[in-house]
Design a protein around this ligand. Structure first.
Ligand SMILES: [Zn+2]
Length: 482
């Protein structure tokens, strides 16, 4: 019992240091400088690259100099979100930690255990572990937003190593051995505004959907608020004359949109509008009701819009939003139950000058992503939108002969008396970029159990911290012995 507390308290003390420093993605200067100084004080050989990634080397313990170099890796940035009504400036404010019996959480904001706890654990291990070979800690920037840290990490930091343990997963008893690639696809079209000829303005909002992370939840068959609203607009245009003043929805490319809204002008009576929405709601419930039962279609009278899109722009928008399939494209033919290829219609926004759409395909097969790039150009051409082909993140292909996965799974079983779940995931990990730079690198991804990450409810299951540290320490020992 005593020893349990020691490890947990030690890791949480490291985590508290990170929580005190604002570290929203894209704003990592302060935390990167802190890590540089702190790891240097610990006697490590530290490099801070031009992106602010931190690479820190620790020599082998005496007698283990011949062991292969092993990397521990995490990211220093975090998703900063606050609950409604909570005042929080992510560029200035520290995360306020709340310790409960079972969980650590934050007061009104995301906790940043993703991935602060992974980094804290690694630092704790570098301070305390004995009998290990040469170790390297790599802490990247901007994982949550663009993975620019991993993308620009110099390949030499990965090429002299044999093993890499990525500490950025969410269940202490899961061992991830492969991840999917993705490609950022955007569409845009300039809007021509005209004066509204129709008499009444209405806002229609589709809300109450479950949403969720597209890499984790796309296979659940949930509804998509943007797609649903586009179908509603099509149905309204079928029922009578409608013009469109704005259309927006979704929060991020990789989040299934749970909310979307539009402002229309029309001469149709309220009863007709309500009838159309009622039909759309019934249609939605037949398709998604069993998994996504709380959808609401909300009709609100608003001021008549001054300007609306031309009929041509509106038709093109509906056409593109209904062509872009959102959801699962294919299931894996190799791993039962795993989504192989999917796409998420993530964000739509109307600005003063244009309509912009973010679409996010993922696949375990890089060639399928190449096909999406091709299709995007075609879809754009067909609908009068410009396709913008963005960064393509590589997948991390599962290595059936991974020594590291074998050592870790066996160690976990010995320590916990149960088997670790070994899995390939449909989400993306920085490991995809590491894999591209060194396909020989033997990698796994693990993590302390965290719940509701990227939300103000994010919390960390305290009892999983020590088992996780023990697993890494013993794995390092096994590597050093062999
Ligand atoms: Zn993370």
């Amino acid at each position: 019992m005593e020893q349990k507390n020691e490890v947990l308290e030690g890791v949480l003390a490291e985590f508290a240091k990170l929580a005190a420093i604002p570290r929203k993605s894209g704003h990592e200067q302060a935390v990167s400088d802190f890590l540089k100084d702190y790891l240097q004080q610990m006697g490590l050989q530290v490099t801070q690259d031009e992106k602010n990634n931190i690479i820190a080397d620790k020599a082998a313990c005496p007698g283990f100099e011949q062991a292969p170099l092993t990397i521990l890796q995490g990211h220093m940035d975090m998703v900063c979100v606050a609950a409604e009504g909570v005042k929080f400036d992510p560029l200035q404010d520290a995360i306020k930690l709340v310790r409960e019996e079972k969980f650590l959480r934050a007061e009104g904001t995301s906790l940043g255990a993703d991935d602060g706890i992974g980094v804290a654990e690694a630092i704790y291990i570098l301070k305390n572990a004995k009998d290990h070979g040469p170790l390297r800690l790599i802490v990247t920037v901007d994982e949550e937003q663009g993975m620019t840290g991993a993308i620009h990490l110099d390949a030499r930091h990965l090429q002299d190593a044999k093993f890499l343990i990525n500490c950025d997963s969410e269940n202490y008893d899961e061992l991830t051995v492969g991840s999917a690639g993705s490609v950022n696809l955007d569409f845009s079209r300039e809007i021509k505004w005209v004066k509204s000829e129709l008499s009444a303005g209405w806002q229609i909002e589709v809300k109450g959907l479950l949403g969720g992370h597209s890499g984790e939840r796309i296979g659940d068959g949930r509804g998509n608020a943007i797609r649903t609203l586009a179908m509603t607009l099509a149905a309204l245009a079928n029922a009578g004359e409608v013009t469109l003043a704005s259309f927006s929805g979704g929060k991020a490319r990789n989040a299934i949109p749970d909310d979307a809204r539009m402002i229309i002008a029309t001469d149709m009576d309220k009863e007709i509008l309500e009838k159309v929405l009622q039909e759309q709601q019934e249609r939605f419930c037949k398709m998604y009701g069993s998994v996504d039962p709380n959808v609401q279609f909300v009709l609100t009278s608003v001021e008549t819009p001054q300007q609306v899109m031309t009929a041509g722009d509106m038709v093109r928008l509906v056409r593109l939003l209904t062509i872009l399939h959102t959801g699962v494209f294919a299931m894996s033919t190799v791993i039962p139950g795993l989504v192989e290829t999917s796409a998420n219609l993530g964000v739509v926004e109307t600005t003063n000058t244009e309509i912009k759409i973010q679409y996010f395909p993922r696949s375990a097969v890089d060639q399928k992503l190449d096909e999406f790039r091709f299709m995007a150009e075609e879809w754009g051409m067909l609908t009068g939108f410009t396709a913008h082909i963005g960064t393509q993140s590589p997948g991390w292909k599962e290595n059936k002969d991974s020594k590291l996965a074998k050592i870790m799974a066996e160690t976990f079983k010995k320590q916990n008396g149960k088997a670790m779940k070994v899995e390939t995931i449909h989400a993306g990990l920085e490991c995809g970029w590491h894999f591209r730079k060194n396909p020989e690198l033997d990698m796994v991804s693990i993590g302390v159990t965290t719940l509701d990450i990227h939300s103000p409810k994010e919390r960390l299951l305290l009892e999983t911290v020590k088992p996780q540290v023990d697993l890494i320490v013993e794995t390092l020992h096994e590597i050093a012995k062999a």
